[in-house]
Ligand binder design. Sequence first.
Ligand code: FAD
Length: 501
Amino acid sequence: MNLEARGIRGGMMSARSAFLEMLARHLPEAAIVTDGDAIAPWLVDWRGRYRGAAAALVEPRTTGQVAAVVRAAAAHRVPLVPQGGNTGMVGGATPSAGGDAVILSLRRLNRIRSVDRQANVAIAEAGVILQLLNDAALGVGRRFPLTLGARGSATIGGLVSTNAGGTQVLRFGTMRGLVAGVEAVMADGTVHDGLAALPKDNRGYNLDQLLIGAEGTLGVVTAAALRLVPAVAARGVAWVGVASPEVALALLRHCQAHTDAVESFEILPAGSLEAVLAHLPGGRAPLGGKHPWHVLIEATAPDDHAERPDALLERLLTDAIGRGLGDDATIAASEAQADAFWRIRDSISDAERARGPATQHDISVPVPAMPRFMVEAAAACEARFAGTHASGFGHLGDGNVHFHVRAPAGVEAERWYAEAAPAVTRFVHDLVTAAGGSISAEHGIGQMKRDELDRLLPPARANAMRAIKAALDPLGIMNPGKLLPLVPDGPVPLAPGAGGK
Ligand code: FAD
């Protein structure tokens, strides 16, 4: 192992070599990667925004091997950066540029240990790719009701650690609701086994829930027990033109008052549809005529006994339009048309990006407040930053939209990102906070939003998070510098007193 080649010197060098020597006693040689070319692809995040350095990449295949890695890291004070599919949006799985950390890749810990059709639970190891879990569940007539664009790469460990969402949160919730138990190696090398998935367990604090959304800062998730639901027998997909986000939310409430079959309810403004149609080869507007806002609805049925979801949507939407909760609607006549509707929704980010530089914010506010927020925050941004165009689209029913602020026409992208965009982001986050919302609805904090979280998190929550970090990772070796501010030696100390911010 050529550590000199990695630029590791002096005391750092000896700690790192002692760590790697200790590891070599517990892991096969192939599991310890120090070749720079082999590590390089894992040093950059999915979007290419963050680039780090690492002394090594280790790839354990068992929970016992993960525990050995963590114990060695604790013994030699080596920071560990857990990594799954590396599809995270906030730089959480990218090591810092210092080069003192080791990437702990969970990709080889990838067995589906069981899929229990009767109990509706699957136990999957951290490195299992979401798509493979979805396929395994379908194989026994069940489904894991979470999917997202990165399903071909994102892993169970990453999804647990970011409390991932997606387009079915409306009906099934985020990972927090879908995880029945977690197995994890804690920062001291002990193994927490929560896979029994007890429906009732009141032994105090819930360690499983603490680890969900912890972004690898408290321990390493090695497996999870995941709730399954019946597979989908049929789906219906509708496109509706509406006058405003208020009407869209009223339409959602109308649907929910009559059925629990609605899984997705996505909103987009006319401008986003126009951007997609200009961007997507062969893209066609689902409805004739102009509508200021559009809604995509998906409903499903688990078996042939239930009303067909397309018939259900037609019945509900006919009634809703009669009550003024929509201007026009169409139901996809085939799976191909349903896919085409979804392709429009899934292409918005790319289409918006093609229109010019923009800051993108993954934010949430209380659901009833979202329609007003979408309109008023967009107007406030455009008034405050001359020449910008602001709009939100996405999961209206979850109170979560992707709020984009596009730069004025003709600006130089890199310059705008460096000089103007941070102020835009702070402005948006201030509006979100004032509305009682969250600056990260789905993607987490990582390194991207760490300073903003530190600026805006209320003291009670900030101090609790710091205390938990200090208690569970006293050496500060678990993904340092992510989620909480970086402190060189050890975890973040408590703020002096709870007042202040
Ligand atoms: P990584 O990116 O490898 O890691 C993410 C974080 O989890 C890091 O902090 C890492 O340190 C930590 N981590 C990873 N594995 C472990 C482990 N075993 N133990 C402890 N910590 C660990 N997200 C959504 O929520 N909803 C979406 O709709 C959505 N759509 C996306 C679409 C695309 C095209 C892309 C590229 C991403 C999307 N994401 C979405 C973001 C991303 O897919 C999720 O955050 C996902 O959960 C990351 O999983 P991963 O395995 O790639 O984790």
